[in-house]
Design a protein around this ligand. Structure first.
Ligand SMILES: Nc1nc2c(ncn2[C@@H]2O[C@H](COP(=O)(O)OP(=O)(O)OP(=O)(O)O)[C@@H](O)[C@H]2O)c(=O)[nH]1
Ligand SMILES: [Mg+2]
Length: 373
């Protein structure tokens, strides 16, 4: 089984590309699974991916801090017959080469034969970084964003379809330090299986730097800055039930989504990713808003139009918001957005937790415990 570790900042397009990659591999007759990861416990991405692909999750901490759990899940995935497993790291996690890739490569009897390592980056933000323009976040969060890009041998410049002028993004070694010598950059629209074909080609080639140099880089990350960056981002996970016996649940869910995005855009110093999974008993729709998107953006609007396929009487809305704002304020903002909307619908926050992640504390890998599949 080959592990494809996918890092990169919040909202960079990891889940979208992984979903397309699994679909492409399945078309080719190869079995692919996913392991998702988050600081919280109520994950939009897990629920979204599970609709299409076998998906397991490491919750309550990043892969490096919950390394043993990751290894257990890799072993279970291998026993399940997967040939490829994509592991999507928390979008605020860094130092993955040292704390995940190298320990896995050292464990000879471990559950994976090969490891590839990709960092995904919204091409519009890569353009800003290379132009020396300010990034959307405070200094320590911007530090984290940059460090994530320094350590991976393969960078995928995602959302290429949204780049207005391709000349603004350099894929050769750049004076900004990204890409650095030895790093390869692929431009990608990750929304369809055809769009990720080149990426999958690179990941399937054991001689490509993505695999051959997966654990090679040691950028020497400053854990004080990294921890401060993680802490600056508040995390909100919530689930809201929308009931409208006489119809109107879709409109009420749409109002909730727009109110949360508008509230976070207004009150937070910066956004990481605000995402929603809206579901009835049969189907679901994912709606996202990220740092590079201006509200109201077309992706959010397109997502909201897809609510038409859901029931109009009862919906559940899972909310994952990561932004530079106090956790309590983020919680209040959700409570206000879920206040009685009128129009015959009632909204109830059925689960909710808001917090600031603790500083990263990589767990020393217990190589003796590493299970073989
Ligand atoms: N136009 C366009 N949109 C994309 C592309 N890739 C992702 N997106 C959109 O970007 C938003 C965020 O994508 P995700 O795949 O959820 O990003 P992520 O990196 O998994 O986010 P986190 O898990 O929160 O870190 C969603 O609205 C996606 O539809 C792309 O290549 N092109
Ligand atoms: Mg994701």
């Amino acid at each position: 089984m080959i592990l494809h570790l996918v890092g990169g900042f919040l909202g960079s397009g990891k889940t979208t590309a992984i979903g397309s990659a699994c679909a492409l591999l399945r078309q080719r007759g190869e079995a692919a699974s996913v392991i998702t990861n988050d600081q919280g416990t109520l994950l939009v991405d897990t629920a979204f991916l599970r609709g299409f692909h076998p998906t397991r999750e490491v919750t309550g901490g990043c892969f490096c801090c919950r390394y043993d759990r990751l290894v257990d899940l890799l072993a279970a995935t291998r026993r399940g017959g997967a040939q490829h497993v994509f592991a999507e790291a928390v979008g605020s996690c860094a130092d993955l080469a040292a704390t995940v890739v190298r320990p896995l490569l050292r464990s000879a009897a471990g559950p994976v034969e090969r490891v590839s390592f990709t960092a995904m980056v919204d091409a519009r933000l890569l353009a800003r970084l290379q132009a020396g323009e300010p990034l959307p976040w405070s200094g320590n969060v911007a530090y984290l964003f940059r460090e994530q890009l320094r350590e991976a041998p393969l960078l995928v410049a995602s959302k290429w379809d949204l780049v207005v002028d391709p000349r603004t993004v350099s894929i050769s070694v750049h004076r900004s330090g990204i890409p650095a010598p030895g790093q390869t950059v692929l431009r990608q629209d990750g929304r369809t299986p055809a769009g990720v074909a080149r990426w999958i080609g690179a990941l399937g080639d054991a001689g490509h730097p993505a695999t051959a140099a997966a654990g090679a880089c040691d950028p020497g990350i400053d854990y004080a800055r990294y921890g401060a960056g993680e802490e600056a981002l508040a995390w909100l996970d919530a689930e809201v039930r929308v009931d409208a016996a006489g119809g109107g649940a879709r409109a009420a869910a749409g109002r909730l989504v727009r109110a949360v995005i508008a509230g976070v855009s207004r009150e937070a110093d910066a956004i990481g990713h605000v995402k929603f999974l809206i579901r009835d008993h049969l189907r679901d729709v994912k709606v996202s808003h990220t740092a590079a998107d201006e509200p109201p953006d077309t992706a959010t609007a397109a997502g909201l139009r897809r609510l038409d396929r859901l029931s109009d009487r009862r919906l559940y809305v899972v909310v994952n918001a990561r932004a530079e704002i106090g956790a309590e304020r983020l919680q209040r903002l959700l409570d206000r957005a879920a206040a009685p909307p009128g129009g015959g619908a009632t909204l109830a926050v059925i689960r909710s937790a808001a917090f600031h992640p603790a500083p990263p504390l990589p767990a020393p890998p217990q190589l003796s415990r590493t299970a073989s599949g």
